[in-house]
Structure formats: structure tokens, C-alpha cells
Design a protein. Structure first.
Length: 543
């Protein structure tokens, strides 16, 4: 039999056998290839893995898993102890039995598969179905093909080595989360809200008046994150929890972030601080929109401009020359490629064109000091004091006082400054209303928590910032994105360079009437490339 014919036969047999009742029939493939019997060719111990090696290693693992033989399955991995422990918990603590695994077509050394099983607890059972994947590698010492062990092999929601699957009474009662108009918010309809709803349930489930049910869930032991519910066996009583979310804005946010990898967006009501939408498009499920900490690029120039105006350095119509480059304490700063210098530029002109050098040239003017930007951010915009109480975990930005080159870099949103979309949406709301209103998802009346406060801005500063953002949205760097939006609009673009990453992060913040929104897309390029379209879509939906 020719080699090509033999491979075709094996592939056909493999597809037929594993496409039926689980993976127990894998040994047919091994027998055909002579892998398991006397006289078979010796397995190679180096070099690329063959298709047969991938199938054999994954098949042995699947067979042990299906049989509930944790020790046997674990021996087919490159981390025997960790695999055996989790697979034992899968059977005993998660109470998952009757496992049947159907592999998909291997993609090189990676094998996707579907798990069908049954979860049982005190006489109640429900079917469980989900998809996962594994990758086969060579053992470092033996060269044998082994499953590269990761908890996510067993279930994709197991993110770390300390995560475990548990079936039993839930740690917190379920909630029926409602949007600002009484519409029910669910993970199924708004997938990006999943981590947020889990966090709200963990914190407010008991207060909302519910009673626990019985569930299969992931317990995140490492970081104290809320449990992730996977399957409900017996419903508890859901307590009703009112949120500030707008279903319409949330739907627009979810659709918008899906178009760009590793993207996040937040929208807030400018007059109240109520969060109207929060969405993330990330493989890790992390709420980077609230918890991220990345340099915000030129969107930071909103705060820097406020500092310049408040300290009398310049004004909207005052001088802010834009040269090709600017040197600050030995470090040279440049503008985006292709930007023409303008020695007679005003602050409004340099803001709307996002001229870096104009801001660098102004930060050493009296009475500014190393701490001026920090004081502006903390006292006027409520940032960087670690005192926001949104209802779930959030990070309220960082603007540290810096000397040397980082003082200049901070002014243009690089250096040591870090923000997230929640922070920048709040910055925009403060800039156009003059009042800092700490963003929140759940009314503080529910748990009597005290929201953060700050001085806010003088009316003259607000007028100038709002006008400069309007110019940016209609004539400046954001004009192409914001075109077509009706109402009172304004914006600021940004791109932030990150060490060892070729493409900059895309930032954009803007307002339309009484809604402010901000977005960030890792590796998204310029502000108008990714973050801008996300913000526009959310602003178009309104509040």
C-alpha cells in the first residue's frame, strides 16, 4: 500500500471513529499505524511532531478523561501533578460524569474538541456541552509527545492554575440586572457585560434580596475575582438590581468593540456620572475598560490644556507654537510624521492638530512645577487618588509627579501616566461641564457608599476646553470620524506608544450632547483608526 493511500485510510477511519461515541475507539488508529504493538517503528524524540503523534497523545489523554481516570489522563501531559489534581476535582468537586469527547480536525499540533457530559447534584442532573482545545508538544526530557498542560484544556473559563470547578450552592444569590429603563440585562444578550454582571452579583446579590441556587461555577482562588457561573442546576431566587446602564448604548458598544481586537469603551452621562455602557472585546475576559492602566496618548492633552489655562500660561487663543521638534532635558520629542510646523499656532490650533511639541515647549513656563499636572488631575478631575467607588472594581488613573524627561512625556500622555476608558470618559465629562462627577454603575443609595469628589474647573476653563474639543471634532484630527453626528459634538484623538510594540495603542474620547465616551484599542494605531469609530458608534446611540 502506498504511503499516501495508507494516510488517507487512517484519516478516514479516525474521522469515523471519533465522530461517533467519544474517543474510546482511538486505539484502532494506533493499531493501524503499528504504534502500540511489537515491531512498530520507534517514536522520534526530536523534530516536528507528526500527525500520528498528535493524534496518539491527544487520544490517550481523551480516553483517560472520558473514563474518569485522572491519573491515567495526567500521564499524557507535561504536568502530571497539576493535571491529575484538576481532573480529579472535575470528577469529584464539579460532579461531572458521562464525559464524551469529540475531536475536531487538528490544526498542526492543536486539537479542538467538544465535551458533552452530565452535571449532577443531590438528585438533580443537567447536560453540559462546551468547546475547548489542546496542543501537543514534545516532552523536554523524554521527547515524547505530550499534551501541553493548561487549566483551560479542561474548560476555557479556567484562566489560572488556581481556578477550580465546583458544583453546589452558589456563593452569591443570582441577580436580575436591570438597565436604567427597567430592561433586563443578561450575559446572553450582552456578552461583554458578563464579567460586570458577575461582579455585581458577587457584591450586591445578598442586598438585592435573592436566594442562592445550585450551579456549576468557576471559583477564582488566585485574585478573589467573582465566581463565573457556567450552568444552573436549580434556580435560586433572583434579586432585582437596578443599574445605570442604557440597553441601547450597551448594544452599540458591544457591536463596536467586536470590530477591533483588545478594545474597550465606556460611556457616561455627563451631568451625573452614571455609566451608560461598558464593553470589552478581549480573549481574557478582563474588564480593561474599568481596570486598565495604559498611557492615554494625546487624549491627555485635555488635562494638560486645563493645567496651562488654569495656571495662566496660555489660553485657547494664546500662543502655543508648534515646531518640528522640542528638546526637554536632553530628550527630543517629535510630532506625528507629516505634521507641518506652525510657529504662530494658538493653543486651540495645536490642540486640534495634536501637536506634541507645542505642549512640551510650554510645560517649563512659570508657575508650573513637576507636580502641576498631578495637582490638576487630582484636584480638578478627581484622578489618581484611588478613591472611586463605582460599584465594582475600578482603577481611577495615575498621574505621578515626575522630573526629567518623564515630566514632558506625561504632558502628552506618555511617560508614567496611565488611564483607562472609564477615566477618559470622566475627563471629557468634567471638561465640558466643569464638575467632576465620579462615574458609577449602581446607585450609592443601595449601599451608602460615598462617591469621590473634586474641585472641578472654572467656567472660563470649561468654555475653552469645550471649544477646542468642538474644533477638533469639526476641523481637526477627529473630523473624519465625527462627521455625520448631529448635536453638540467634540473630541480628542490619541495614540500611545508602548515599549517593544510596533503599533501604537489607539485612543479616542468625545462627547455628543450630554453623553461622553472614551475607547482604547491595543495595537489599534492612530486614534481615528480604531478607538474613534468605536466612540462614534456609542455616541450615535445616545443615552
Amino acid at each position: 500500500m502506498g504511503k499516501g493511500v495508507k494516510t488517507a485510510v487512517i484519516g478516514s477511519v479516525f474521522a469515523v471513529m471519533v465522530g461517533g461515541a467519544g474517543y474510546g475507539a482511538f486505539n484502532i488508529v494506533s493499531a493501524l499505524n503499528g504504534d502500540g504493538g511489537p515491531g512498530g517503528a520507534a517514536e522520534p524524540t526530536s523534530g516536528p511532531l507528526s500527525a500520528d503523534e498528535v493524534e496518539k497523545a491527544s487520544g490517550t489523554f481523551f480516553t483517560g478523561w472520558e473514563k474518569g481516570a485522572a491519573a491515567t489522563a495526567a500521564q499524557s501531559t507535561n504536568n502530571n501533578a497539576a493535571a491529575q489534581s484538576l481532573l480529579t476535582d472535575y470528577r469529584d468537586d464539579a460532579r461531572i460524569t458521562g464525559v464524551k469527547i469529540t475531536p475536531g480536525a487538528p490544526q498542526g499540533a492543536t486539537v479542538p474538541f467538544t465535551v458533552k457530559a452530565t452535571v449532577s447534584y443531590k438528585g438533580t442532573s443537567k447536560p453540559l456541552t462546551y468547546k475547548s482545545s489542546l496542543t501537543v508538544v514534545r516532552g523536554i526530557t523524554t521527547g515524547k509527545p505530550l499534551v501541553d498542560w493548561k487549566p483551560s484544556v479542561v474548560h476555557p473559563e479556567l484562566k489560572s492554575k488556581d481556578d477550580v470547578l465546583v458544583t453546589g450552592p452558589s456563593s452569591a444569590p443570582p441577580i436580575e440586572a436591570l438597565d436604567r429603563d427597567g430592561k433586563v440585562l443578561t450575559k446572553e444578550k450582552y456578552p461583554s457585560l458578563g464579567p460586570v454582571l458577575d461582579a455585581l452579583r458577587e457584591k450586591y446579590g445578598p442586598r438585592a434580596g435573592g436566594t442562592p441556587g445550585v450551579e456549576l461555577y468557576v471559583r477564582h482562588n488566585a485574585d478573589g475575582s467573582p465566581d463565573t457561573s457556567l450552568l444552573t442546576l436549580a434556580k435560586g431566587k433572583a434579586g432585582r438590581l437596578e443599574t445605570t446602564i442604557s440597553a441601547g448604548a450597551q448594544a452599540a458598544a458591544e457591536t463596536a468593540v467586536k470590530k477591533y481586537a483588545n478594545s474597550s469603551v465606556v460611556a457616561v452621562k455627563t451631568g451625573t456620572g452614571e455609566v451608560l455602557a461598558v464593553a470589552n472585546h478581549r480573549d481574557d475576559g478582563w474588564n480593561a475598560a474599568f481596570e486598565g492602566a495604559q498611557p492615554p496618548g494625546s487624549t491627555m492633552k485635555i488635562i494638560t490644556s486645563a493645567m496651562l489655562i488654569d495656571n495662566g500660561v496660555t489660553s485657547m487663543n494664546g500662543p502655543a507654537p508648534c515646531p518640528d521638534d522640542a528638546i526637554w532635558q536632553g530628550q527630543t520629542f517629535k510630532n506625528l510624521k507629516g505634521m507641518k510646523p506652525n510657529p504662530g499656532a494658538t493653543l486651540a490650533n495645536s490642540f486640534m492638530r495634536s501637536c506634541n511639541t507645542a505642549f512640551i515647549k510650554l510645560i517649563d513656563e512659570k508657575p508650573l512645577s513637576d507636580s502641576s499636572l498631578t495637582e490638576e488631575a487630582q484636584d480638578k478631575f478627581g484622578l489618581g487618588r484611588d478613591d472611586w467607588k463605582t460599584g465594582i472594581t475600578s482603577v481611577d488613573g495615575s498621574v505621578p509627579a515626575e522630573a526629567g524627561p518623564d515630566r514632558a512625556a506625561n504632558a502628552i500622555g506618555q511617560g508614567k501616566v496611565t488611564m483607562n476608558p472609564l477615566n477618559m470618559a470622566s475627563v471629557t465629562a468634567t471638561a465640558i461641564t466643569g464638575a467632576f462627577r465620579q462615574p458609577y454603575l449602581v446607585s450609592p443609595k443601595l449601599d451608602d457608599r460615598e462617591l469621590a469628589t473634586a474641585e472641578g474647573l472654572r467656567s472660563g476653563t470649561v468654555y475653552q476646553l469645550k471649544q477646542m474639543m468642538r474644533l477638533t471634532a469639526t476641523q481637526g484630527t477627529a473630523a473624519g470620524v465625527m462627521q455625520g453626528l448631529g448635536g453638540d459634538i467634540g473630541a480628542k484623538t490619541g495614540s500611545a506608544e508602548v515599549d517593544n510594540v510596533a503599533t501604537s495603542n489607539s485612543w479616542f474620547t468625545g462627547f455628543r450632547n450630554d453623553v461622553a465616551a472614551a475607547a482604547m484599542s491595543e495595537g489599534g494605531g492612530h486614534g481615528v483608526d480604531a478607538a474613534g469609530p468605536i466612540v462614534k458608534a456609542v455616541l450615535a446611540a445616545g443615552g
